[in-house]
Design a protein around this ligand. Structure first.
Ligand SMILES: C[S@@+](CC[C@H](N)C(=O)[O-])C[C@H]1O[C@@H](n2cnc3c(N)ncnc32)[C@H](O)[C@@H]1O
Length: 298
């Protein structure tokens, strides 16, 4: 038996005392931190609970985020951590939060917002005769830049008497707190056109704060896309750069749940590097001069 086998055959961190554990962390993390069996356990739990898929390729991302969690929580064994998140819903939520990738920005993929302004909103105005409220869901909204972008744009372009309401949800409670606070540092508001920044934000120390009336158009809520949201009759769903972290089965399940939550004539935007190609779904692909997206037309 060689040195590596010896360590991978140990129940990691469990049979050793704290001094050795520290030695493990500082000297041998990459060798023994996480056995293949433990990786499989975490992988299965994360997938079951969120749809997020880890593979051999992105295993190192999970490892580094898990190490950070253990450090933050002061837990010195992977097994103890696994036992905790398997038996405690709040601990599981916080763990799932810690492994998410939350990169976002205002007006991310401008082409989508051009298509929204020039094609989708005019279509919805024609479709929604008799009702003057557009119901939108930003699913996987991260720290709020996406729903605030949609809100600014709709505030500008909707005809008088038309209203909109936005549900913005995420699995990350930390991100939702930032989103609800509506404070963004100077570097994060780059990308917001000047006229919008002046109209919808106040300059405060260190950054900008979203106006309360824009905030009031958005309801931020915790929602895990592994479950049905209970939403129905939505006119517009944005779920961009979220399903990229799921495998095909989980992606298809999420997309079909969107279908159920949407009105008979409605629109779906996914990230520009994501696609419904090859999936069993009834969404139609729409290509416009601005951007591509999907529609439900029944
Ligand atoms: C990369 S961000 C995308 C943010 C924004 N939609 C955009 O395109 O800029 C992905 C977000 O999806 C969220 N997410 C991942 N899995 C999720 C799940 N199962 N349920 C809800 N949100 C999830 C993450 O927490 C993260 O904030």
């Amino acid at each position: 038996m060689n040195f590596l086998q010896l360590f991978s055959d140990l129940e990691p961190l469990k049979r050793i005392d704290r001094v050795q554990t520290r030695f493990y962390y500082e000297g041998m993390v990459d060798v023994v931190f996480f056995t293949d069996a433990e990786f499989e356990l975490y992988k299965a739990l994360i997938y079951r609970e969120s749809g997020i898929t880890f593979t051999a390729t992105n295993r190192s991302i999970l490892e580094s985020r898990l190490k950070e969690q253990l450090r933050t929580l002061g837990i010195d064994s992977v097994r103890a951590h696994y036992a905790k998140i398997s038996s405690n819903k709040e601990a599981l939520k916080s763990f799932l939060d810690s492994i998410t990738t939350n990169l976002t920005r205002f007006f991310r993929n401008q082409a989508h917002f051009d298509a929204l302004e020039n094609h989708v909103i005019p279509e919805l105005i024609k479709i929604k005769q008799g009702s003057n409220t557009i119901k939108i869901w930003s699913a996987g909204c991260s720290t709020g830049e996406e729903p605030y972008t949609i809100a600014m744009l709709l505030s500008e372009i909707l005809p008088p008497l038309w209203k909109y309401e936005i549900l913005a949800s995420d699995i990350s409670l930390k991100c939702l707190m930032t989103a609800k606070e509506g404070f963004y540092t100077d570097s994060r508001v780059v990308g917001i056109p000047d006229k919008y920044l002046k109209k919808y934000f106040d300059k405060v120390e260190g950054g900008y704060k979203v106006h309360a009336d824009l905030m009031s158009k958005i309801r931020f809520d915790y929602h895990n896309l592994a479950n049905d949201s209970g939403q129905r009759n939505l006119d517009l769903v944005f779920c961009r750069n979220v399903i990229i972290y799921f495998d095909e089965t989980a992606q298809e399940a999420v997309i079909n749940r969107f279908w159920d939550s949407m009105a008979n004539k409605s629109f779906l935007f996914i990230g520009h590097s994501e696609s419904l190609f090859g999936m069993k779904t009834k969404f139609e692909f729409v290509k416009t001069q601005w951007a591509t997206f999907y529609r439900k037309y029944t």
